[in-house]
Design a protein around this ligand. Sequence first.
Ligand code: UDP
Ligand code: MG
Length: 219
Amino acid sequence: MLFRLLSSVSRKASSVLFRAPVAMKPQVVFVLGGPGAGKGTQCAKIVETYGYTHLSAGDLLRAERARPDSKDGQLIESYIKEGKIVPVEITINLLRKAMEETMRQDQEKFRFLIDGFPRNEDNLQGWTSAMRERADVRFVLFFDCSNQVCIDRCLERGKSSGRTDDNRESLEKRIQTYLQSTRPIIDLYMKQGKVRTVDASRGVEEVFSDVRKVLDQEV
Ligand code: UDP
Ligand code: MG
């Protein structure tokens, strides 16, 4: 009896060991840039060509806001409308769940584009304490364009996006938040040599051809 128990335990242990090298540590690319810089558009194109899973922090927050029994829905809405950054505990939980769920369904999906995060010091600290041991940040893909381009694109998008923050008033606040809180995070990664900058002021295909150059070098 005892022998059988022991041998079953050791069989389990060895099968876990055997599988261990296959379960890869998540490899993450942070995708940053101003509101409307084209992060979401370019991420969708990357997914078509490369084996990444796209997780937009903003989309995850909007989905959480829309969940009828979410306890954070109202808070999320007020932060988004004000162009402020939601407390990281909420965002990191959503990101972590989405990553775990993706890898649970298919353990080969361990490459992630995390779009629109980390946006401030609080986000970065939250990521570091929750995820430093669990995932590797490979680099930051930075979509660089002027504030005016950002504003024009978001106002254009606002005609059909239905987003409560694609209007002039929210946009001014989002741009301020971007300049004050997000740029310093990008600068921090720059000092570590981890930023790959793409000129995002051009058309979708031109920008994507530069994105490909970056990704092809990183593989
Ligand atoms: N947001 C946040 N934390 C995040 C990502 C987004 O609080 O990590 C909120 C923030 O209020 C932001 C809004 O969601 O202004 C919209 O973000 P999204 O990335 O969708 O906007 P985009 O930059 O793509 O226009
Ligand atoms: Mg977006």
